[in-house]
Design a protein around this ligand. Structure first.
Ligand SMILES: Nc1ncnc2c1ncn2[C@@H]1O[C@H](COP(=O)(O)OP(=O)(O)O)[C@@H](O)[C@H]1O
Ligand SMILES: [Mg+2]
Length: 218
């Protein structure tokens, strides 16, 4: 399975989501080989995780032609995640063209609904022209605890664009920052925390879209 995390907007949580999902799947079983391709020149994922290597998670730099890299390594992995840069339609195209799922993180603000328009348009073109099996899902991130606004936001999002949003939303939590300081996902950082609970649900939703729920039963 190949999953791209994309948005033309910076700071929405692409790298945070990429690392948590890659670490999350790798954490399910030592026999699952996972690759995380960092296609953003900022190399946030590589730099965050380089000192915390683990046997079943391989890190790759893929800032040029990530689709070619994917083709050359895909046979080795159960799951590949591609973290993409903001402001590069080209890299997003290349990554999405070889993916089964694109996750678009965004924050619950009207500005973010508008801001994601170009990303959505570009992904629709990729789906219609080169990758008809591509699924695209929004992931609402940095929701403040005790806000009801976020649910209204999901409704507004669905009205604007035809892509669905994941049921589970990520909240604004220190755990997303703290965990990565030591190269951990929120799932490993504190097993019974609210952050771990929501990331666990997101993993289930991702596996459901990819029809890979068996993967979670290990
Ligand atoms: N759910 C969250 N809770 C708290 N901080 C978050 C959350 N998601 C992202 N962040 C923080 O927001 C900033 C931008 O996130 P990042 O993943 O780097 O976004 P992007 O890759 O889209 O630029 C980082 O400092 C990250 O730690
Ligand atoms: Mg990033």
């Amino acid at each position: 399975m190949i999953v791209t995390i994309a948005s033309q907007k910076g700071g929405v949580g692409k790298s945070t989501v990429s690392m948590n999902l890659a670490l999350g799947v790798a954490g399910l079983s030592a026999s699952y080989k996972v690759a995380l391709i960092d296609a953003d020149q900022q190399l946030s994922c590589l730099e965050t995780l380089q000192n915390y290597k683990r046997a079943n998670l391989s890190l790759y730099e893929g800032t040029k032609k990530p689709h070619r890299l994917v083709k050359s390594i895909v046979h080795k992995y159960k799951a590949l995640f591609i973290d993409t840069p903001p402001h590069s339609h080209e890299i997003m195209y290349q990554a999405a063209a070889v993916s089964r799922l694109v996750i678009i993180p965004l924050q619950p603000s009207p500005l973010d609904i508008r801001g994601v328009g170009k990303t959505v348009q570009a992904l629709k073109v990729i789906r219609d022209k080169v990758n008809p099996k591509l699924e695209c899902r929004f992931l609402v991130n940095r929701v403040k605890p005790r806000t009801i606004l976020a649910n209204d936001f999901k409704v507004a999002l669905n009205k604007h664009y035809s892509f669905p949003a994941f049921e589970t939303m990520m909240h604004d939590r220190e755990a997303y920052k703290q965990s990565l300081i030591t190269g951990k996902s929120v799932l490993e950082f504190k097993k019974k925390s609210p952050a771990a609970e929501e990331m666990g649900k997101i993993l289930i939703e991702v596996a459901t879209v990819l029809r890979m729920k068996k993967m979670l039963r290990n």
